[in-house]
Design a binder for this molecule. Structure first.
Ligand SMILES: NC(=O)c1ccc[n+]([C@@H]2O[C@H](COP(=O)([O-])OP(=O)(O)OC[C@H]3O[C@@H](n4cnc5c(N)ncnc54)[C@H](OP(=O)(O)O)[C@@H]3O)[C@@H](O)[C@H]2O)c1
Length: 286
């Protein structure tokens, strides 16, 4: 049977490298859907893959704005079933502007997008499939102050969504800091992404383990991309997107290791959910 793979936010950065890795490893009958929010950028990226001699599978471009839950649901309705979903899209954060001003767009993409992908693609994932959300090592619960952890720990997806919306409201009201939310919005955002994966995984774990299906979050490590470039000065230890894609694709193509199911995985190893500690903004970006 031919396989279908979808990568979100795939016209540049890690997403493009993931789409390229899939297109070189899947079979010629298989289909990689390279998606993103801008038709021109997505078409240009798909053209680059089609022209790459290493590409074996079919590659098609599709517009998919993950911040539009209705559009994601419609996309899935048209698709029917899917074997591999890599939820990777992220919006840029500008260090020159207050993060509170950028929070709405950032949360709509990173968190709204994750929720929409989990809700819409989860039910049409074929047995043996892979549904992987790209998050980061900031996504472990310990990065939040203790008082906020119960909002994300062992709760269903509806409650994760509610926690994100309460946080958004606190940002709008100017009360987020007083409520303990870290100023660096990437921290609660990533914890919420991993919590959302855990919520969905908890519901379908038994069935998925029985048929070799994986739902998980991954941390790609530092990658030299549009998203990371404004925040770091030293990229000597950073991976190229192609290098970072390898560990993610290893999870896609390896046999299922039940220890990774529903977890945040970094270079093949599970990061303990309760790990991490609340940190200052400067510690996280410097
Ligand atoms: N880079 C790192 O060091 C690093 C570290 C840890 C985790 N990560 C994670 O890795 C993933 C990829 O990040 P990256 O560094 O490769 O970022 P990137 O280079 O900035 O690429 C982000 C991609 O997401 C797309 N996108 C933005 N808004 C979208 C929307 N509403 N709908 C669909 N696609 C949208 C962008 O499209 P446009 O080109 O149209 O903007 C772009 O293709 C993210 O989940 C990020 O959190 C990255």
């Amino acid at each position: 049977m031919t396989r279908t793979a979808v990568v979100t936010g795939a016209n540049q950065g890690l997403g493009f490298a993931l789409a390229r890795g899939l297109a070189t490893r899947l079979a010629s009958d298989d289909l990689v859907l390279l998606t993103g929010r801008d038709a021109g950028r997505v078409a240009a990226a798909a053209d680059r893959l089609a022209a790459d001699p290493a590409t074996r599978s079919r590659v098609e471009d599709r517009v998919l704005d993950v911040s539009d839950a209705g559009a994601v649901a419609h996309f899935v309705e048209c698709l029917g079933a899917v074997d591999i979903v890599l939820s990777n899209a992220i919006g840029p954060l500008d260090p020159g502007r207050p993060q509170s001003e950028q929070a709405d767009v950032f949360l709509d993409i990173a968190n709204g997008g994750t929720h929409a992908v989990l809700r819409s693609f989860g039910p049409v994932l074929r047995p043996g499939g892979r549904l992987i959300v790209v998050a980061s090592s900031l996504g472990t619960l310990g990065h939040l102050p203790e008082a906020l952890r119960p909002r994300f720990d062992g709760v269903p997806l509806d409650d994760v969504e509610k926690a994100v919306e309460d946080w958004r409201s606190a940002i709008h009201a100017g009360t987020a800091r007083a409520e303990g939310w870290p100023d660096w919005i990437n921290v609660p955002s990533k914890v919420a992404q991993v919590a959302a994966v855990r919520a969905v995984a908890a519901e379908r774990r038994e069935r998925d383990l029985a048929d070799g299906t994986l739902v998980a979050a991954v941390c790609p490590g530092l990658v030299d991309t549009r998203a990371s470039r404004p925040w770091f000065t030293d990229f000597s230890q950073a991976q190229t997107p192609d290098q970072a894609a390898r560990a993610v694709l290893a999870l896609v193509f390896a046999d299922l290791d039940p220890a990774t199911y529903g977890e945040l995985v970094r270079f093949g190893r599970v990061l303990p959910w309760t790990g991490g500690s609340p940190s200052r903004h400067e510690d996280l970006i410097g």
